[in-house]
Design a protein around this ligand. Structure first.
Ligand code: IFM
Length: 468
């Protein structure tokens, strides 16, 4: 009898510990979903100064980026001899926006956009270390002038995945002096454009750059080493701070932030402790870890038995806003055997996914905003959100549902100042080449003709409604 009681007691303790740990590590917002009919009843809260825009990046649209890490990667092959980019595609002329920027500005105007997020190409501005190309700086100055003349606020990104070859060959952000090297480039750009540009994004998605480049090998330099990924990530965060300091020294009135990619990994089985722990670990390293760095100067990227990268003592609160890039979420499970211990599992049939294979999950935007507000009350700009949808059957719904969620977040008191749809144009989607059609405008890459997609009219409709 006593033995039975002891066994029962032990079982109760084990079950309590199991569920206690599970609930401690499980995101309480895991099952958040919205009733869009109810969200539609919330009055429109976007103020008159709200920035409505679209986003692009130099290597993806400009053309002629032939002196950077991506150019080299596009001609490289992996260990099996396969091209790094789908079907061996190359960015090449891309959307030729270097020459067609005036046409692109008019495309924005036709959609009533009042802001544009674009990046300057470091490899064109500083083709050799310490040598700055005045013609390239002139070019971006003209782009900014053209935007301003058309009532469009420029929001300039200083680093969006592409490095000059010289910097890549030195070891890019693996180098501990990379923050200083990057800050020297930023200084030149801000000296030139700082009287006209008020909003700066220092670095785009450091977590993606670092993990895709150094752990999953989808981005240059195509390596598989979590220790390097963590080091590059850490040095990119430090590079943000160095850039922030330089920009504020030259232009104290500038507003400076970085673009953080938030992608929630949710446990495939929310009652399986191992799935829950895997999801927690990924979210902590890929999402949350930006914020203790930005607010407290403390960086930590750690996977037990694999990597433990930390840094303390960076300047606290060296940012004026948080830029949020949000697209989707995914399900993960724990897999003890094999090379990938936390594979993604897709639950929905392909017709319910974007062309990238992503679930449309607008509630995740709310979760991401909530995560940010747990750390800071500074303003938030959504710097990227969009869908790859060649058939254009889901774009209108994607835009509407995400903007309904954003409106709810504003109604709930969150300080959200702008929304940039990714992307203005179909463009070079990195390792997936030109197959992914994110554009508000379809691009015919043979003729460079741009055509507004039907689904994009929803964006125009919402902008007009918000201004009425
Ligand atoms: O195209 C990219 C962009 O460069 C960075 N954020 C995600 C986008 C869509 O995958």
């Amino acid at each position: 009898m006593i033995t039975l009681l002891i066994i029962l007691l032990v079982l109760v303790v084990l079950v309590s510990v199991y569920f206690g740990v599970l609930l401690w590590f499980r995101d309480p917002d895991l099952n958040l979903r919205f009733d869009f009919a109810k969200l539609k009843a919330i009055p429109w809260r976007f103020g008159k100064d709200f920035l409505w825009g679209s986003a692009t990046a130099s290597h993806q649209i400009e053309g002629g980026c032939d002196n950077n890490n991506w150019f080299a990667f596009e001609s490289a092959v992996d260990e099996q001899g396969k091209p790094r980019i789908k079907d061996g595609q190359k960015a090449g002329l891309a959307c030729d926006s270097w020459n067609r920027y005036k046409e692109d500005t008019q495309l924005m105007k036709a959609l009533s956009l009042n802001s544009y997020r674009f990046s300057v190409e470091w490899s064109k501005i500083e083709p050799k270390q310490g040598e700055f190309d005045q013609a390239a700086l002139d070019h971006y100055d003209q782009v900014v002038d053209d935007l301003l003349a058309n009532g469009i606020e420029p929001l300039v990104t200083l680093h969006h995945f592409s490095n000059p070859l010289w910097f890549e060959q030195q070891g890019a952000f693996l180098q501990d002096n990379s923050p200083q090297i990057f800050a020297q480039f930023c200084e030149r750009v801000v000296q030139r454009l700082g009287s006209k540009v008020k909003l700066w994004c220092t670095i785009n998605e450091p977590s993606i750059y670092a993990v895709f480049g150094y752990a999953t090998a989808e981005f240059p330099p195509g390596e598989k080493d979590y220790k390097k990924a963590a080091r590059a990530f850490r040095n990119m965060m430090l590079s943000h701070t160095a850039a922030y300091q330089v920009i504020k020294r030259i232009r104290p009135e500038a507003k400076v932030g970085m673009a953080v990619h938030i992608h929630f990994c949710d446990p495939l089985n929310p009652w399986n402790l191992f799935d829950v722990l895997v999801a927690h670990l990924l979210n902590k390293n890929m999402n949350d870890c930006h914020f203790p760095y930005l607010t407290k100067g403390h960086f930590s990227f750690s996977i037990p038995g694999m990597v433990n990268e930390t840094y303390s003592g960076a300047e606290k609160n060296a940012f004026d806003f948080i830029g949020l890039n949000y697209y989707t979420h995914s399900y993960r499970k724990f897999q003890p055997s094999g090379s990938d211990h936390f594979p993604e599992v897709i639950k929905l049939p392909p017709d319910q996914l974007s062309d990238m294979g992503n679930e449309m999950y607008p509630a995740g935007l709310y979760r991401a905003l909530k995560l940010i507000t747990r750390y800071t009350s500074k303003p938030i700009y959504v710097l990227e959100n969009g869908i790859a949808d060649k058939a254009d059957t889901r774009r209108a719904r994607y835009i509407e549902e995400h903007l309904l969620v954003l409106n709810k977040a504003i109604a709930d008191g969150m300080d959200i100042r702008g929304y940039q749809y990714w992307s203005l144009l179909d463009n070079f989607e990195w390792a997936k080449g030109f197959d992914m059609k994110f554009g508000l405008y379809k691009v015919d890459f043979d003729t460079q003709k741009r055509t507004l997609r039907e689904g994009s009219r929803k964006y125009l409709e919402i902008i007009q409604k918000s201004k009425a």
